[in-house]
Design a protein. Structure first.
Length: 291
């Protein structure tokens, strides 16, 4: 499963890692002088009864003076307007962009995802939005709630404590990352979503187990490896460049005293191009916190 769907509810790991059991995702700390930054891997959709807190996490949150998550301007009205602006093309239906075999695969994927209205629902959508819709539909039907996502619950906790919360990116930036991709690359993403839908729950359970145990090697293998091999340009844009940008933000924070907490999709904290790896290139070392 590819990390594209971390956008918006932006990239698959965040959306698909769901569990009703105790979860202990990875937590790291970066220290320099009087500055401390905690790094935490998030998921954006969870059932309401998921327990993912831990003593180490609670301690880090209590110590932190601010929280940064991927986006904060993700209210439904704003997101809907951006999707309509950048994700819908009534003049060029999706079927005009697919050959016969891909059109058949689209129909089968829509059926497998139990998408209301089937493949016809996807016709006004640009390929990137169709891919997200196919990936999201089974999760929404299964009762996964973005309001229960880790980032939103962290945000609520910090706001209740009177601490500021900011976004590392904006909703528009995340959507434009997908909408501005060349159409050929968007179609590659759509074809990848066919495979993800067909893989069914087995791959999902594998990802869940990796996230629960904080197994970053497994997360990187499951989540990033195929994308890195099959679509290196896409991988560079959606994973590497964002991780580099976030590492720069962390490096700047380390120049000022204080404690902050940064929560991003768990896939960004795994693999050879992770945020931690980008920090290492800047001469900044991170340490994994173990219970």
């Amino acid at each position: 499963m590819k990390p594209f769907v971390r956008l918006g509810a932006a990239l698959v790991l965040n959306l698909l890692l769901v569990t009703a059991a105790l979860a202990q995702p990875g937590l790291w700390v970066v220290r320099q002088g009087e500055a401390t930054v905690y790094l935490f891997g998030t998921v954006h959709l969870l059932p309401s009864d998921t327990n993912w807190s831990s003593p180490a996490l609670n301690k880090a949150l209590d110590q932190s003076q601010r929280l940064s998550i991927e986006i904060v301007d993700d209210d439904s009205a704003a997101m809907q307007a951006l999707v309509m602006q950048h994700g819908v093309d009534f003049n060029h239906p999706l079927s005009t962009k697919l050959d016969g075999p891909d059109q058949h695969r689209l129909e089968k994927a829509a059926e497998a995802a139990n998408l209301p209205g089937g493949a016809s629902t996807l016709q006004p959508m640009r390929p990137w939005l169709a891919a997200l819709t196919l990936t999201m539909a089974p999760l929404v039907q299964a009762g996964m709630d973005p309001e229960q996502g880790v980032d939103k619950r962290l945000k609520a906790r910090m706001q209740q404590a009177g601490k500021p919360v900011d976004g590392l990116e904006t909703s528009e930036k995340q959507i434009r990352m997908l909408a501005d991709l060349p159409e050929a690359m968007q179609l590659d993403f759509l074809r990848q979503s066919f495979k993800e839908v067909n893989e069914g729950p087995a791959k999902l359970r594998e990802l869940v187990d990796a996230w629960r145990s904080g197994d970053t090697d497994a997360i990187a293998h499951i989540e990033d490896e195929d994308l890195r091999k099959e679509s290196p340009t896409l991988y560079q844009r959606l994973i590497v460049e964002r991780n580099e940008a976030w590492a720069q933000i962390i490096a700047e924070r380390l120049k000022q005293p204080g404690v902050s907490f940064i929560a991003v999709g768990a896939g960004h904290l795994a693999g050879p191009d992770s945020v931690q790896a980008q920090l290492h290139k800047l001469g900044v070392e991170s340490t994994r916190i173990r219970e």
